[in-house]
Design a binder for this molecule. Structure first.
Ligand SMILES: [Zn+2]
Length: 713
């Protein structure tokens, strides 16, 4: 199953500070509407708008899964008993997509409950039932009766075109990849290994969600850390000590970027890299062995080849080669950056032979920004009150994609501050879909930034189109009474990124659930959102909403934004080498770990990561807390791969008459990328959007590589 959760890369998980504040609910230009009106309007367009009915008790969660499985089995029984005379596209391939789609609705709902519920027992129930549902989803591939009917239809060599032809060929491809060509006993074995794998994957993620580690420091140990952070109620213990949570990403980043004490940074880095270690290292070893065994049984050399076969990269070797070439290309820049950090550290500690370690780079990157580029990121927060950023981004996306957003009161809220918006086509009024916003952290909530597709688009059997529903689940600085909620610039980048995924989900016109919205290959899915990050670096874009909240006549000075960009480029070698270290470690684990050497898992990952970036602290296991290994497995390279495409795509806007406000370019993105989803090969969609073949040059320029690498990603 394609993961429906779209994560941002580990590198972008920056929540660099801790201001917070008032919620201003008066969004200018944002009219409200009622759900009933919106639903009625959809009828005029022969489409359906519905909201998910979230389960609110552990019993109903279990009942939903039972019902989903029972209805799914019934639908499959129906396909399985078709006679040759009854076999056609609708009764076979399409009916299978319908059945899988219905099950996905339950799975997506449970995922939201698991990640957002304020009730721990509901989260646990959703986790348990997700395991059950996933087991059943695996078993679908091994329904022999269903497969034989589908195959009988494929054997008629039907004359299909476009999306229909793609659906048939990918359905058959999935059967092949499930091992249906194998003798029955071996098929049974693959099925049972896959079920075991799916449960362990859920367990691994749950252990990450539950990992907690509190470190207590003295004031002296936290010298350099901003006062705002130290004065927070959840940090200041009021007895001269301070609690820092290694599992709260923005706590971690704030201290790593600012604490002058190397001992403090080493202690926190070590704690962070040991989160979930005891529980997850054994699970990861089993997972890697299972994946390798399954891949080999299916005729692949390793799991990386199995995973990349259906992506743009096509082979694990090509993905690794892309990363290796970038690694080499970045070497001079990375070395120069490290030398600059080293000189700063040598001066700091009075030791000319000072070395830079993994626990140093964030601190010196931040010092470099402050000293050489005079950029104080904390001070920039005054320009980014949360509501202004949201409204400003909405205005831009409404303009370029030809849309209208309206607030709707959600009939059911999983948390009090949940917001719901309806999206309509501005020209025709056509309802396109809905999105929820759950933006602030709380205990037990998913601790990252992601878009979740809850209802995907699909042409229903009755000929009506089911419009999508998405959710952004984020952790921006929580509002605290008496203070305006101020975002870091990095948060602004993140919200432009994540909201792009919601647009990808909502603007879909794909006929089949499996091709809808963000269901594109994993090494492309990030590209449109990575491209939209550019908006947050553009002066004209920022001036349209960012102003000092104390005196809104004050915009961000061009000089400061220029310095911010220079500072970003000045550490890009570090940022990308770190990114590559994750991508290469992920690919190494999925090509080199097998049943004979599972004990090598942690040493191998640490060695590869250390060779590419800075050596890991002694006695740590970062892989235990590396959530991407489940869902983005042998796929982390996709962030860099998609980044290359994103930089190329951005040139279309950069060269357009209205630049980042350009309607034509925006509508082209909407129609050639978002509407299409995976209903045609994404390579075609990319080139239709570009109006030319791809080029890697904009990416190399963006990250400061001057020694040109041959070829595209
Ligand atoms: Zn993303």
């Amino acid at each position: 199953m394609t993961p429906k959760l779209i994560l941002i890369p580990v590198l972008a998980a920056f929540l660099a500070g801790c201001s917070s504040g008032l919620q201003n609910d008066n969004s200018p230009d944002m009219t409200t509407s009622s759900l009933a009106d919106y639903q009625r309007k959809a009828e005029n367009f022969n489409s359906v708008i519905s909201l998910p009915h979230f389960e609110t008790t552990t019993n109903t969660i279990a009942q939903s899964v039972q019902l989903t499985i029972a209805l799914g089995n019934k639908a499959l029984d129906q396909i399985g008993k078709l006679t040759p005379a009854q076999i056609n596209f609708t009764s076979t391939i399409r009916a299978l997509d319908d059945a899988a789609y219905k099950a996905s609705l339950t799975a997506n709902r449970l995922e939201i409950i698991r990640q957002t519920s304020t009730n721990a027992s509901l989260r646990d129930a959703a986790e348990d039932q997700t395991k059950l549902l996933n087991q059943w989803l695996v078993s679908l591939d091994y329904r022999r009766d269903v497969f034989l009917v589908i195959k009988a239809y494929a054997d008629t060599k039907p004359d299909l075109t476009g999306e229909d032809a793609k659906l048939l060929s990918e359905t058959m491809r999935d059967y092949r990849r499930a091992g249906v060509a194998l003798p029955t006993a071996q098929q049974d074995e693959v099925e049972s290994l896959r079920k075991k794998l799916s449960t362990l994957e859920t367990d691994f993620g749950a252990n990450i969600d539950k990992a907690r580690q509190k470190l207590v420091f003295t004031r002296a140990e936290l010298d350099g850390v901003p006062e705002d952070f130290l004065n927070r109620g959840d940090v200041n213990n009021s007895n001269g000590t301070y609690s820092v949570m290694a599992n709260i990403t923005w706590h971690y980043i704030t201290v790593m970027e600012n604490a002058k004490s190397e001992a403090t940074r080493l202690k926190l880095e070590t704690a962070r890299e040991n989160l979930a270690r005891a529980a997850n290292v054994p699970i990861l070893q089993q997972v890697l062995v299972l994946r390798d065994t399954i891949a080999k049984k299916l005729g692949y050399t390793n799991w990386a080849d199995f995973q990349t076969e259906i992506k743009m990269a096509k082979t694990g070797a090509r993905a690794a080669d892309f990363l290796e070439r970038l690694k080499t290309g970045l070497q001079p820049k990375f070395d120069a950056e490290t030398a600059e950090f080293r000189a700063m550290k040598a001066k700091d500690i009075g030791d000319p032979s000072a070395q830079i370690f993994l626990w140093d780079w964030r601190y010196y990157a931040n010092q470099l920004k402050k000293e050489k580029y005079t950029v104080d990121e904390e001070a920039l927060r005054v320009y980014f009150p949360y509501q202004n950023v949201l409204d400003g981004m909405f205005k831009i996306y409404q303009r370029i994609f030809g849309l209208k957003f309206q607030r709707i009161e959600p009939p059911y809220k999983w948390v009090d501050d949940l917001q719901l918006y309806a999206v309509s086509d501005a020209a025709t009024g056509e309802p396109m879909g809905l999105f929820y916003l759950d933006m602030f952290p709380r205990e037990g909530k998913f601790n990252h930034f992601a878009e979740f597709s809850i209802i995907d688009g699909k042409l229903l059997p009755d000929g009506k189109y089911q419009r999508p529903v998405a959710a952004l689940v984020c952790n921006f600085p929580a509002p605290e009474s008496g203070k305006p909620s101020l975002m870091a610039h990095e948060d602004v980048v993140t919200i432009f990124h994540e909201f792009g995924h919601a647009m990808h989900c909502i603007l879909t016109r794909a006929k089949y659930g499996r091709f809808a919205g963000t269901s594109v290959p994993g090494d492309f899915v990030e590209a449109p959102s990575q491209m939209l990050e550019n908006w947050a670096w553009d002066k004209t874009v920022l001036d349209s909403f960012a102003a000092d909240y104390r005196d809104p006549s004050k915009k961000i000075p061009a000089e400061i934004l220029g310095k911010l960009k220079e500072a970003k480029l000045a550490t890009e070698g570090n940022v990308y080498r770190r990114q590559l270290s994750f991508g290469l470690a992920d690919l190494a684990l999925h090509t080199q770990i097998h049943a004979d050497n599972e004990q090598e898992t942690v040493p191998l990952a640490n060695r590869i990561a250390g060779d590419t970036f800075y050596p890991e602290p002694p006695d740590t296991a970062f892989v235990a807390y590396f959530g991407h290994l489940m869902g983005y497995d042998a796929g982390y390279y996709g962030y860099a791969w998609a980044d290359a495409i994103a930089a190329d795509m951005a040139t279309i806007f950069q060269n357009a008459p209205d630049a980042f406000f350009d309607r034509d370019a925006g509508m082209r993105l909407r129609h050639e990328i978002y509407s299409q989803g995976d209903s045609r090969d994404v390579q075609i969609s990319i080139e239709k959007f570009l109006g030319r073949p791809e080029s890697i040059d904009p990416f190399l320029k963006k990250i400061g590589i001057t020694n040109v690498l041959p070829g595209n990603p």
